[in-house]
Design a protein around this ligand. Structure first.
Ligand SMILES: [Ca+2]
Length: 140
């Protein structure tokens, strides 16, 4: 003996989209986020609730950076680029040096000055935030 397939009651499962009567909704193909209702209109707003757990980890802080090498160095002697860099999040990733707008090769932090150059240091953290400091360095 077999049982017949049970048949569930069929109701209206059709999703309906209601709009206040007399309102003009956007075209179905468009994202509906506002209705124009005769004299009034309404809109939906998205509120981003950013909650910090208390240790600051939800917020990004850019690195702190200051060039510490002197603004005047001996000519014709190798001078080491020096900067003080830190990050409040503890995610300092890299410090890059530019001389007259040209990026120095990675790991190169010494140069012999024969004239004045515009030195720029850029500190990056792991999240991509950057802080820049500049100094004009002459030689004597
Ligand atoms: Ca950071």
């Amino acid at each position: 003996m077999s049982h017949g397939m049970a048949q569930a009651p069929v109701g209206s499962m059709k999703p309906t989209q209601s709009s206040p009567s007399g309102c003009t909704a956007a075209k179905p193909s468009e994202k509906v986020d506002a209705y124009s209702c005769n004299e009034s209109s309404g809109e939906l707003s998205l509120v981003l609730d950013l909650e910090d757990p208390g240790d600051g980890s939800a917020l990004q802080r850019p690195p702190s950076l200051a060039i510490t090498m002197p603004s005047s160095v001996p000519c014709n002697e190798p001078t080491t680029f020096e900067a003080s860099a830190s990050d409040g999040d503890g995610d300092l990733a890299d410090v890059q040096w530019y001389v007259d707008g040209v990026l120095m090769a990675p790991g190169v932090e010494r140069m012999t000055f024969t004239e004045t150059h515009e030195i720029e240091a850029v500190a990056w953290d792991e999240r991509g935030a950057a802080t820049t400091d500049r100094r004009s360095v002459s030689c004597y």
